[in-house]
Design a binder for this molecule. Structure first.
Ligand code: TEU
Length: 555
């Protein structure tokens, strides 16, 4: 492993920036590793596992929010953007983590949440205490209500977590007053990005973390910051972007951020979280003077179906090619059903309304086999790749969480219809045969904050899988190591090979070839090729169903 200083020297001699082909590991801090035994994952826990991430073979970690937060939305409700929540540790520990990562050749990307803050943020507390029309309220979107007595929300926008996107305020005597906008939970008021003070504050927050050595920012709901002037109803809004997202003005913000990040040494990067289906609209965020990369969802949303995956891959390549940005590939994250479970159901498409899918039969062996093949597929595709914590262990969604333990606000906000995202946020199993499987170290012995690990995870701990031939973890380690060593992988071209309709078959430079069989019957492997890696057992010269191989041409 080379230190980052040495890598920077190599890069300055002409190779591509690291982020064009990086493997990035997502840490959800609450559930990654608890270093002090209080049952909540923390910065000390992440630091203790940096060697694990080095051995896994990733280039960077992206850390979901670790800032001061009441955790009304798992940390995506920030009360202080410049400090670490005491439950997670201290700012000094965060700085130490960034520095230790660099020593080990690992970069750190932090999560920036600029669309909204926490209702406990001092600026929002001040806004609530101030009068309508005050400068304090102008930092957010406060409006009088409609209808008699202002009893109706100012417009018809719906919050993503359910219900109206507006919350009514009350004064000290309990008299109802203005409403404020929250596109997510009521505890997450939206900032008013038309206000120069908000822009200045976030530029300062960017510099705060850049000064502490972070290598980049993942930007939460990238397209939401600017709202359409006048906050019009969404009904009858046909033919234009939704009034709460993808407004022209958002691009100016990202151009100014890009100038800031480029003024710092090293190759620092933005990652845009973008749920945008229109390829041309999507690409606009990745123009050369805006954000360098996006966290890209189409593959995650695609069924386990060769034709659909081929289309998604082609569309992803062409939308990124419009602006010369590197594609990225994602199978799971902290908001979505773990893909071992998704691929183990009869219907493998992603379900936005997860309520409909919950509790349907899952064949975990099938899902695991497909997840292994999908890992080799994503590692072989052009561009960057994301690994969500636990993907590398083959963890599945925990669907049998007792209702009273559910923490995700979507559960309550949806009127107990959407069972939420807790099932992919269960504390990781590290070692041992008993729950909590080494999740907590240190003096404390508190149970995990979400104490629902399945007993069967005794076979899915990092310790159990480490060194075990054929384990999920060893497949990831070998795959990521080969990916790094293969000059044709990461950023660069790919070429589809003629194949049966249910087979994905493509080559990369240097004689590298990836084949994935999604059909019902085994297919013949090509001659004159050396086997580099297989996601599962091969059947002589045949590639079985739901299996992927990496090959190299030998002629
Ligand atoms: O998610 C953005 C987002 O659009 C999600 O609401 C997504 O559609 C949903 O979770 C799918 O199930 C980001 C964060 O990743 C998420 O954790 C936060 O809750 C949300 O923003 C608000 O900050």
């Amino acid at each position: 492993m080379t230190k980052l200083t040495e890598q920077a020297t190599e890069q300055s001699t002409g190779s591509q920036p690291w982020w064009r082909g990086a493997a990035i590991f997502q840490v959800y801090p609450r559930s990654f590793m608890d270093g002090d035994g209080d049952g909540t994952g923390d910065v000390a826990g992440i630091r203790s596992r940096l060697p694990y991430l080095v051995e896994l073979g990733v280039d960077a970690l992206w850390i979901s929010p670790w800032y001061v937060s009441p955790l009304a939305d798992g940390g995506y409700d920030i009360a202080d953007y410049r400090d670490i929540d005491p439950a997670f540790g201290t700012l000094a520990e965060a700085e130490a983590l960034i520095a230790e990562g660099h020593e080990l050749g690992l970069r750190t990307i932090v999560d920036l949440v600029p669309n909204h803050c926490s209702d406990q943020h001092p600026w929002f507390r001040a806004a609530l205490a101030a009068a309508p029309g005050s400068p304090e309220r102008a930092l957010f979107h406060f409006r009088p209500g409609r209808g008699p007595g202002g009893d109706l929300p100012p417009n018809d926008w719906q919050a993503h977590f359910g219900g109206s996107a507006w919350q009514r305020t009350a004064d000290a005597e309990g008299r109802p007053g203005e409403w404020y906008l929250h596109m997510f939970a009521p505890e997450q008021p939206d900032w008013n990005w038309d206000n120069p003070a908000v822009r200045a504050e976030f530029e300062s927050i960017l510099r705060f973390w850049l000064d502490r050595g972070v290598d980049g920012f993942r930007i939460d709901v990238t397209d939401h910051l600017v709202k359409e002037q006048g906050l019009p109803d969404s009904a009858g809004h046909h033919g234009r972007p939704d009034p709460w997202r993808d407004q022209e003005g958002v691009h100016e913000i990202y151009r100014s951020w890009r100038a800031i990040i480029d003024s710092y040494p090293g190759e620092r990067v933005f990652v845009a979280e973008l749920w945008e289906n229109n390829p041309a609209r999507f690409a606009r965020y990745l123009r050369p003077d805006e954000l360098q990369t996006a966290f890209n969802f189409p593959l995650l949303k695609s069924a386990w179906d060769a034709a659909e995956l081929r289309d998604v891959i082609d569309d992803t390549l062409s939308s990124h090619a419009l602006v010369g940005a590197p594609p990225t590939w994602v199978l799971s994250n902290h908001d979505t059903t773990r893909h071992v479970t998704r691929y183990g159901r009869a219907d493998t498409t992603y379900d936005f309304d997860r309520a409909g899918r919950f509790g349907r039969p899952v064949d975990l062996d099938l899902g695991t086999r497909r997840a292994r093949a999908a890992a080799l597929l994503t590692f072989a595709l052009p561009g960057g790749v994301y690994v969500y914590q636990g993907d590398e262990l083959g963890l599945w969604e925990v669907e049998d969480i007792p209702d009273e333990l559910r923490q995700d606000p979507t559960w309550v906000r949806s009127g107990h219809v959407d069972r939420g995202r807790d099932g992919c946020r269960v504390p990781l199993p590290w070692s041992g045969t008993e729950r909590p499987f080494g999740f907590s170290a240190g003096d404390g012995d508190a149970p995990p904050w979400l104490d629902v690990q399945p007993a069967a995870w005794k076979d899915r701990t990092a310790a159990a899988e480490s060194g075990a031939p054929g384990s999920h973890l060893e497949l990831y380690r070998t795959g990521l190591r080969l990916r790094r060593a293969e000059p044709g992988l990461g950023d660069g071209p790919m070429e589809w090979q003629p194949s049966a309709p249910d087979v994905l078959d493509f080559t990369r430079p240097g004689g590298f070839r990836c084949m994935v069989n999604l059909g019902a019957t085994p297919v013949a492997l090509p001659g004159q090729s050396e086997l580099l890696l297989a996601s599962g057992p091969l059947d002589g010269g045949l590639l079985p169903t739901d299996t992927a191989v990496w090959l190299r041409r030998t002629e």
